[in-house]
Design a protein around this ligand. Structure first.
Ligand SMILES: Cc1ncc(COP(=O)(O)O)c(C=O)c1O
Length: 391
């Protein structure tokens, strides 16, 4: 491998939320952070070079978005995903979570219902509630080794007050990559009931062998005007601290409404470092990404083997995308209600409880595997020891 994902980089003392805030968050000393969704790897060298060049200028004034930025984003989406985006469809925000909040504000009224499919990234629900809307939960079903959408349940639950769905594609935390057919069936229901689809596709570049990410708006010509897709280079290239994302809105009327809400919230000028890094990553980061994907696949294989051989009863819901693994620890011989506490306080591994994502059943944990294999091995060894000591 040309790029090094094995070297452990000490992130402590770098203002890293994942490393520097973990003990405070879980109230456990020497806990190993496998929670916040960023990576313990350096970004591609081209990104670091672009950021240094930006810093060398020494003047950090208000920034406009250069044509070359749009070109880089458009080329990436076309080349990697066969998705043809027009420049005017792209709206920059300071992150996907801020965008989701603005989208709820722009396209719903207090009292409206917004659909989520739990287990799902929990800021979705917070954005909905904070804007005075009601959450309409359409839980995913775990069938055998994988999750599926329950579209009968969805259609039964939709009411005239249901105005939006926030879809997670690929889905964090259960790591499904939705197929074209699944997205088409979901989109058809939303079209029939006039429900706006907001598709959070921030994890779309982290896809494992044998799976294919399908941008929601490419599923059907009918969906282009009735959906909004949230994208960013931040998960792909480890840039979330630079707060730059690209929201794709093809429908000019929706764009106008969204722009008005953005202005109202004082969001106009982008971050010059975020612009430089995103452009460099999309332009020159593909080889690095290919090697990252190989490394992450290696980590997935490592976890699969480790659980099978050393933690009887534990199982990995095989990920199709994302570097966030969904561990099913219900049959490890530990009372499900106590399991999360045991993992965090006894094993001292900071995974996140499945219940945080709206999973009604105890015993699931989300583990971030975007780290050198030696750290991953240490996390798993700690869990193994804890499980053994409780048997
Ligand atoms: C599905 C999903 N959306 C959004 C985010 C965060 O986006 P941002 O950092 O751009 O606000 C995350 C981070 O984990 C995520 O998993």
């Amino acid at each position: 491998m040309k790029y090094d994902f094995d070297t452990v980089i000490d992130r402590r003392g770098t203002c890293s939320v994942k490393w520097d805030a973990v003990e405070e968050r879980f109230k456990v000393k020497d806990i190993l952070p496998m929670w916040v969704a960023d990576m313990d790897f350096k970004s591609p060298p081209a990104v670091v070079t672009a950021l240094k060049k930006t810093a060398d200028c020494g003047i950090f004034g208000y920034t406009s978005v250069p044509a070359s930025y749009y070109e880089a984003v458009i080329d990436w989406m076309k080349k990697r995903h066969g998705w043809q985006i027009q420049k005017e469809w792209l709206m920059l925000t300071t992150g996907v979570v801020p965008a989701l909040r603005l989208l709820v504000k722009a396209f719903t009224q207090p009292g409206d219902q917004v659909i989520v499919q739990t287990p799902v990234y929990y800021p979705f629900s917070v954005a909905i509630k904070d804007n005075g809307c009601e959450i309409l939960d359409n839980p995913l079903r775990l069938e055998g080794a994988s999750y599926r959408m329950d579209l009968d349940d969805l259609e039964r639950k939709i009411t005239p007050k249901t105005k939006m769905i926030i879809l997670c594609s690929p889905q964090n935390p259960i790591s499904r990559v939705w197929t074209r057919e699944e997205l088409k069936d979901l989109g058809d229901i939303c079209l029939r009931h006039n429900v706006l689809v907001v598709s959070d596709e921030i994890h779309s570049d982290i896809i494992y062998r044998g799976y294919k990410y399908v941008p929601f708006t490419t599923v059907s010509d009918d969906f282009i005007d009735k959906s909004i897709v949230c994208t960013a280079a931040s998960k792909t290239f480890n840039l979330p601290g630079l707060h730059t994302s690209n929201i794709v809105i093809a429908n000019p009327e929706l764009r106008k409404q969204f722009t008005a809400v953005m202005r109202n919230c004082g969001m106009s000028s982008p971050n010059m470092f975020g612009i430089a890094a995103t452009e460099a990553a999309y332009r020159d980061g593909e080889e690095w990404l290919e090697q990252l994907l190989d490394y992450l696949q290696g980590n997935v294989d490592f976890v699969t083997k480790f659980l099978a051989e050393r933690i009887p009863g534990a199982r990995l819901i095989q990920p199709q995308g994302t570097y966030l693994l969904w561990l099913d620890l219900r049959n490890c011989g530990i009372e499900a209600e106590r399991l999360g506490t045991c993992v965090r306080e006894e094993a001292k591994v900071a995974t996140e409880a499945g219940t945080l994502f709206g999973c009604v059943e105890n015993g699931f944990e989300r583990m971030n595997i975007a780290c050198p294999r030696s750290i991953l091995a240490e996390g798993l060894r700690r869990i193994e020891e804890m499980v053994k000591s409780r048997r």
